[in-house]
Design a protein around this ligand. Structure first.
Ligand SMILES: Cc1cc2nc3c(=O)[nH]c(=O)nc-3n(C[C@H](O)[C@H](O)[C@H](O)COP(=O)(O)O)c2cc1C
Length: 224
């Protein structure tokens, strides 16, 4: 499965099989997370066989079941922490999809205090968000997405370069908090400008959407 296929295959999954992540899958996942940490300066951590963060009321309300593993997105406080966590977290999400795993980004409906007990957190670092991960009971389902005209400055799709359109199609499928899709990409001559919109977790959402846009368009826009 290539990354574009992983984008189409991925949906949030909240109910998992009682099956451990181990062997070659675990090795590859851990290696990939270490590489992301090296590239980003983040301190992303994989928490395995730790069911307590997803057994509270909030998790039950959202129907999390057997969510015994999660990825904690940890980094030093900075202006770009949220966007960076979104970008590198989604890299791991799509890699997980390629490895046959399922995921769900979780900002609110888990016990942060429990997660903080099991991760390594330096005084200048913050746990921003987690991603539940495991073998899903199902692969999840598609959700409604906003039209490209609403997510960009494009009015007439026929006048748009193909690479931008492909970037937008991939960005359309990016997971966002409460499926809010407040991000926006604008094409000005050959340059792409992006905006996060206002509200909680919109910067994380933008980082996620940027990674999708890069895969669809084949252009590097994150490290500008
Ligand atoms: C930044 C972020 C935070 C999220 N927080 C939660 C959460 O607290 N609880 C939850 O059940 N889902 C959460 N989600 C999952 C979204 O609800 C889900 O991605 C969205 O509805 C789109 O569905 P899809 O991922 O299946 O495409 C979050 C997603 C993102 C990107």
């Amino acid at each position: 499965m290539d990354l574009l296929e992983a984008i189409y295959e991925r949906h949030s999954v909240r109910s998992y099989k009682d099956k451990k992540i181990d062997g070659e899958v675990l090795n590859e996942l851990q290696h990939f997370i270490s590489q992301c940490n090296e590239d980003s300066g983040l301190s992303i951590q994989l928490c395995l066989n730790e069911p307590k963060a997803f057994t509270g009321m909030m998790a039950k309300f959202m129907r999390f079941n057997n969510a015994n593993n999660y990825i904690a997105l940890v980094g030093k406080e900075s202006d770009d922490l949220s966007e960076k966590c979104g970008y590198y977290g989604e890299k791991i999400v799509l890699k997980a999809q390629q490895l046959g795993l399922n995921t769900c980004w979780v900002a609110v409906t888990f016990s942060k205090s429990q997660a903080q007990k099991v991760i390594k957190l330096n005084a200048d670092e913050k746990l921003l968000i987690v991603i539940a991960i495991g073998y899903g009971e199902t692969n999840g389902t598609s959700h409604k997405v906003k039209p490209i005209e609403e997510l960009s400055n494009i009015n007439e799709l026929k006048d748009v370069p193909e690479w931008f359109l492909n970037g937008m199609k991939a960005a359309q499928l990016a997971p966002t908090a409460r499926n809010q899709q407040k991000f926006r990409f604008e094409l000005h001559k050959d340059e792409v400008k992006s905006y996060s919109g206002s509200g909680a977790y919109t910067k994380v959402d933008l980082g996620i959407a940027k990674y999708h846009f890069e895969i669809g368009s084949g252009k590097n826009i994150f490290k500008k």
